[in-house]
Design a protein around this ligand. Sequence first.
Ligand code: ATP
Ligand code: F6P
Ligand code: MG
Length: 486
Amino acid sequence: MESNGISEQKIVTGDFGYILQDVPHLTDYIPDLPTYSNPLQDNPAYSVVKQYFVHVDDSVPEKIVVHKDSPRGIHFRRAGPRQKIYFEPDEVRACIVTCGGLCPGLNTVIREIVYSLYHMYGVTRVLGIDGGYRGFYARNTIPLTPKVVNDIHKRGGTILGTSRGGHDTSKIVHSIQDRGINQVYIIGGDGTQKGASVIFEEVRRRGLKVVVAGIPKTIDNDIPVIDRSFGFDTAVEEAQRAINAAHVEAESVENGIGLVKLMGRYSGFIAMYATLASRDVDCCLIPESPFYLDGKGGLYEYIEKQLKENGHMVIVIAEGAGQELLSESMQQDASGNKLLQDVGLWISQGIKDYFSKQKKMTINLKYIDPTYMIRAVPGNASDNVYCTLLAQSVVHGAMAGYTGYTSGLVNGRQTYIPFYRINEKQHKVVITDRMWARLLSSTNQPSFISNKEVFEDRKEHISGEKKNEETQLLDDENCADVVPEN
Ligand SMILES: Nc1ncnc2c1ncn2[C@@H]1O[C@H](COP(=O)(O)OP(=O)(O)OP(=O)(O)O)[C@@H](O)[C@H]1O
Ligand SMILES: O=P(O)(O)OC[C@H]1O[C@](O)(CO)[C@@H](O)[C@@H]1O
Ligand SMILES: [Mg+2]
């Protein structure tokens, strides 16, 4: 099961092209582990539920839009409680760590992992790792009980603290061993899940009975495979307040322009969904859709047209949009992520200069940058429910001995996804997809794509040069094949 120190993918095939991309299990490398009955069968809340335990063969398809002769395709293991578990409650020493940027709902996930362990499985030893990955070896731990975490879901941020950088695999796994930890719950974004995968490989190499499980977190919604990440809904909702303010300001003055910059380093989902939700936005600019300023079909021409027709306009720009137009200089954060130039300030100045110098026209531009306000808030109701299901699912999987997985929602069902699927791509807005077309038709902005480019793209689709395009099931295709260099 091992090549080059990296465990091989577990693939199960079945009839009619069925493929299960399975997750590792402790018994893959520690044979003859004892099993125990799941205490949930005696829990009055659950014992009345018909078929509470998930059938061992239950799986969830990755693609639900199919043609009549499509193969059954890729599936993931369905999450949920199993009849047999691989840990006695007394034996469990769990830990939870949060890494990367903040995201609404982090505290809810922490709370619900603690509650699930205590109240569903009778586990009483849960530690919080202080301050992200480096906290494993550089900081103290925080004992977590239901009492400690009782009302943390009402607060934004993470009670455990977080950080970027500082992933030292060897030191982290030493610390896990030293503390006798046997379940590691890792909450974080794309970088964090890569880190979790490396920890899993090292744990496995050392032959430890330690589950390593991830919970995907990112307001950018840039993690592939899953329907959406927790906190995204809240961030989009919060962004409405900035867009509303921009609209009120813009329509109150002559030639008013409200410009809102939203987060989204490589993926423009927040900007796209905030625009679709608002209906007041006349132009949305995202990293995936290159744009240009001057000349026919450019941004300035469109702004001028909007001002002439409506007297005001609202522009939403994702922080990663148009970076190629700004300076080449590139700095990185502690995790190696690209530190972006402020495209909002840059474009504000550009618009002001264009109208005052070239058009001799007075405009009134208000720039709103809500930045951290959309992610430092607590999760909304829908995200809180989502976080609860994610937390319960990840705990059920760990108690059942699965490891090396990320818990995630796929087509509305909780699943266990192997790390390699979470880490192989970056979820991005595909501008030739229907969702972006819906946005363009709602804002009426130019697509900034020339007819020639669209024609070339179509030609490639028809000739099959573009991967997977024969089926034209475009709604499932919004992933970049290659993760961009940080
Ligand atoms: N390829 C990698 N291998 C091991 N660890 C990594 C890797 N990439 C990132 N990490 C670690 O994961 C942690 C979080 O990474 P990062 O700062 O990129 O945030 P993230 O999880 O992607 O969340 P966000 O959505 O906020 O960007 C950091 O401690 C970083 O050192
Ligand atoms: O300033 P920080 O905490 O490094 O994070 C900023 C980044 O984190 C995110 O919120 C999530 O990756 C991005 O949208 C943003 O660029
Ligand atoms: Mg990231």
